[in-house]
Ligand binder design. Structure first.
Ligand SMILES: *Cc1c(COP(=O)(O)O)cnc(C)c1O
Length: 436
């Protein structure tokens, strides 16, 4: 089967003359899989429809926010209700208070929160706060982790940068490069070395507690506990970037699963219910440094937007109100798909492996699940491309890059996952057939 894509092609041609690459965010260009990107028309539950009338089971879910699938009636209703009262006020409104209250209730140890408009802003503000609190300059991050596109983070970053094979980014000042230390993910030795050399100058360590932006990479328990111990020992702040994992892996994020309390947490994606939101928070003692209480400035014209807060709140309430165990069901979908894939991979002896944690899953075109970015980079990207297109032709939209995670939603029912499982082993066979 060949996909009809005439209308997408026309629109993308126009789009490319208006926007760099025809997109508002690089991965959407399909550059990493080398082919025609489709233009979306509508989303409904687990499905995404394009302008040519193709219907795909969506494993991207807007890159994570849509944990209840596309256009969940309750989220739509909450946005429409809020809309009747106005789009933005420029003063505090009830939806943002309620959203903060919910998030603070759900994350143990979190006492205060500041709402922003994106995950990037949340992470950028969290490191500013770490510098303000410690009066130190250095920030430590991990190879292959992505914390948004603020200057300090575009050094050995994952996601779109891993995809495009760009080592960093043009336009970043040398001073910023020099104030960012980089360690390998899961690499305790390199971490200890960096701390013994620079510990007294490190303001904070920012980490994706479960990495998703080089594909899904699990942390070792020892790695996360060394991080907690070293930051305590050297009095640097530990920042968990839970923009992806927060309210996706559990109702208390990755920190709940691994039982480690960071000093600051960053959120985004799920807490906006599909509208633009981010948040950062921690203990009152730290958050009191943020303006207007303290000397660290950070602001936003549309921050705490009532529509976005209402959508985020509805998203969290859907999780809490689910009488079944919301996360157990999501985990089961991921685990079922993983075991189906693994049985087939083993049977055919394909050099492919699957990493999955809850509703996040990556099929890596390499022999064993990567523990860090170096190990992820050895994947066979040509094979991945063939797989991506073979799966799209089978009606399933997988993230158009090897270095991303799939995101399942509660709209991905058993029946949908059965179809995903069958289509994905078919696509694997096609990818290995083509390459022979
Ligand atoms: C998506 C993401 C970000 C950036 O969020 P934006 O809303 O795209 O700015 C930051 N950190 C992690 C872990 C992410 O997955």
């Amino acid at each position: 089967m060949k996909l009809k894509m005439q209308k997408s092609e026309q629109l993308m041609n126009l789009s490319r003359s208006l926007m760099p690459g025809g997109v508002s965010s690089p991965v959407r260009s399909f550059q990493a899989v080398g082919g025609q990107a489709f233009v979306a028309r509508q989303g409904k539950g687990p499905y995404l429809y394009d302008v040519d009338g193709n219907k795909f089971i969506d494993l991207v879910c807007s890159w994570g926010p849509l944990i209840h699938g596309h256009n969940h009636p309750r989220i739509v209703e909450s946005i429409v209700d809020a809309l009747k009262d106005g789009v933005s006020f420029g003063v505090t409104s009830e939806p943002e208070i309620k959203l903060c209250q919910r998030v603070i209730e759900m994350i143990p140890g979190l006492e205060m929160l500041r709402l922003v408009n994106s995950g990037t802003e949340a992470c950028m503000s969290a490191i500013r706060l770490a510098r303000a609190y410690t009066n130190r300059n250095l920030i430590l991050k991990f190879e292959g982790n992505y914390h948004g596109h603020a200057d300090s983070f575009l050094i050995s970053a994952g996601s779109g940068l891993a995809t495009l094979g760009v080592a960093g980014s043009a336009g970043i000042s040398k001073d910023i490069v020099h104030s960012t230390l980089v360690s390998g993910f899961n690499d305790i030795e390199s971490l200890e070395k960096l701390f013994s050399e620079h510990g007294e100058r490190i303001a904070g360590v920012i980490v994706e507690p479960v990495a998703g932006n080089m594909g899904v990479v699990r942390p070792s328990m020892e790695f996360l506990s060394s991080l907690r111990n070293l930051t305590e020992k050297y009095e640097a702040l530990l920042i968990f970037d839970e923009v992806m994992t927060g309210f996706r892996l559990s109702s208390s994020g990755a920190q709940g699963i691994y039982n480690i309390e960071p000093d600051l947490s960053c959120f985004g994606k799920v807490i906006g219910g599909g509208l633009p939101v981010g948040a950062y928070g921690g203990k009152t003692k730290l958050m009191s440094l943020v303006a207007p209480l303290g000397p660290m400035y950070q602001a936003g014209t549309l921050s705490g937007n009532p529509l976005a807060a209402a959508a985020g709140l509805a998203s969290l309430e859907l999780i809490l109100d689910d009488k079944r165990n919301f996360y157990q069901l999501l985990d089961a979908s991921g685990a079922h798909w993983k075991s189906y894939l693994e049985a087939h991979i083993k049977h055919k002896s394909y050099p492919v492996c699957v990493e999955q944690i809850g509703s996040m899953l990556t099929i890596f075109f390499c022999e064993k699940p990567p523990r860090n970015y170096d190990e992820a980079k050895v994947c066979n990207l040509d094979r991945f491309k063939s797989f991506f297109w073979a799966l799209l032709e089978r009606g399933v939209y997988y993230p158009p890059s090897q270095f991303e995670s799939c995101f399942l939603s509660s709209a991905h029912t058993e029946e949908i996952m059965e179809r995903v499982a069958e289509a994905s082993v078919g696509a694997l066979d096609a990818a290995f057939e083509v390459a022979k």
